[in-house]
Design a protein around this ligand. Structure first.
Ligand code: PLP
Length: 394
């Protein structure tokens, strides 16, 4: 049966990590894979997660299946974290999923079942959006979004594309810390798009994978809270991978908001049915940990502090890079990076320059020049800026 199946090339991003690990040079910098890292290159288990985990180990008496909507308490806790109590509980259903990827895939399945035409996404976007959403049979359309000249958004062009959508279309919005550009919508721009969604009756689909990494948990929830106020229907894919550091536990949620309690219940019934056809129910461990952290005052406080610490560390790395760049022949070329949010920014380099950075200087960037700001630190920023100045000059 499989004799004619040609092998696929390895995943580009995972392949990059292997190249980095195999590189014998001591002066090498990994700005590739999208995880939080400390200056000594670790991605530690959060203290709040350790605390919740040890309680869980003591308490656990069974490994029977979870209910299909996930760990007890998880859904309510995520709803309150995202909406801060600003949504009627019966209009909102939360289904735990295997990571944000699971939520995107199942959410796309829900949109497809509703008979949608397709999903529009701003360009560029996270490399996995296209495969995840099109796997559900949705047609993907790309709209202009990032303006490489300014490091900001070409909002007029994005809005114009959105204004052509109507009932039966969905618009994917990054819920802050845009991947790969770091260029986020302002609150005014969010307001305009939310009003447009209401007027044109297209479905907003928010992908929230970095909640708490841009300005803080409440500020970063703006788009979802604004939608809750104004829009009758929307969905959110939520990832706990970065903000809880639970990457490998595959913990996320699909948040469903319907026009009424009945509509929400119908949406949820389809989501559970789609999940049943793919993986039945989500993994338990991460969901139980998140529920424990969010419902326990001490763990919650500890987690918020750790998340804020991670957020500040990334902001500090951005400032360090821009300051050092100015001192090393790059002038103001990278200044836009301090106006962006989250782990990622695009460096102003071509694909050929990405290759030169890797081969000549041991600087590893993801496709399109995406740099994970977590990989920048006092020890390597000088080498990084010299390498950048070299390729940009040549
Ligand atoms: C924009 C975006 N969406 C969703 C995800 C999914 O995250 P996960 O499936 O690891 O929770 C990621 C992860 O990198 C992401 O960057």
């Amino acid at each position: 049966m499989f004799a004619d199946l040609a092998a696929l090339p390895p995943d580009a991003l995972l392949g990059l990590t292997k190249l980095y690990n195999d590189d014998k040079r001591t002066k090498k910098i990994d700005l590739g894979v999208g995880v939080f890292r400390t200056p000594d290159n670790r991605t530690p288990v959060l203290k709040a997660v350790e605390g919740a985990q040890s309680r869980l180990v003591e308490r656990e008496t069974t490994k029977v299946y979870l209910p299909p909507e996930g760990a007890p308490g998880f859904g309510d806790a995520i709803r309150d974290l995202v909406f801060g109590g600003s949504i009627a509980a019966d209009r909102c259903a939360v289904v735990q999923t295997p990571g944000g990827c699971g939520a995107l895939r199942v959410g796309a399945g829900l949109i497809k079942r509703a008979g949608a035409q397709g999903v529009t996404i701003g360009t560029p976007t996270w490399a996995n959006h296209h495969p995840l959403l099109s796997a559900a049979g949705l047609k993907i359309s790309m709209a202009p979004y990032y303006d490489a000249q300014t490091g900001g958004i070409d909002f007029d062009a994005f809005y114009e594309s959105a204004a052509r959508l109507g009932p039966g279309d969905a618009l994917l919005l990054h819920g802050g810390c845009h991947n790969p550009t770091g260029a986020d919508l302002s609150t005014d721009e969010i307001d305009a798009l939310v009003d447009l969604a209401v007027e044109r009756e297209f479905l907003p689909f928010v992908d929230c994978a970095y909640h708490g990494f841009a300005k803080g948990l409440d500020e970063d929830a703006y788009v979802m809270r604004r939608l809750a106020e104004r829009a009758s229907e929307f969905i959110v894919s939520y990832s706990c991978s970065k903000n809880f550091g639970l990457y490998r536990e595959r913990t996320g949620a699909l948040i469903l908001v319907g026009a009424s309690a009945d509509r929400t219940a119908a949406m949820k019934s389809h989501v559970l049915n789609i999940a049943r056809q793919i993986y039945s129910m989500p993994p338990a461990h991460g969901g139980i940990i998140v529920a424990e952290i969010l419902t326990d005052a001490a763990l919650n406080r500890a987690w918020r502090e750790e998340l804020e610490g991670m957020r500040r560390a990334v902001v500090a790395n951005r400032l360090l890079l821009v300051k050092t760049a100015a001192e090393r022949q790059l002038g103001e070329k990278l200044n836009y990076i301090t106006r962006q949010n989250g782990m990622f920014s695009l460096l102003p380099v071509s694909d050929a320059q990405v290759l030169t950075l890797r081969e000549k200087h041991g600087v590893y960037l993801a496709g399109g020049g995406r740099a994970n700001m977590c990989g920048v630190n006092d020890g390597n920023v000088g080498h990084l800026c010299e390498a950048l100045a070299d390729v940009l000059a040549g």
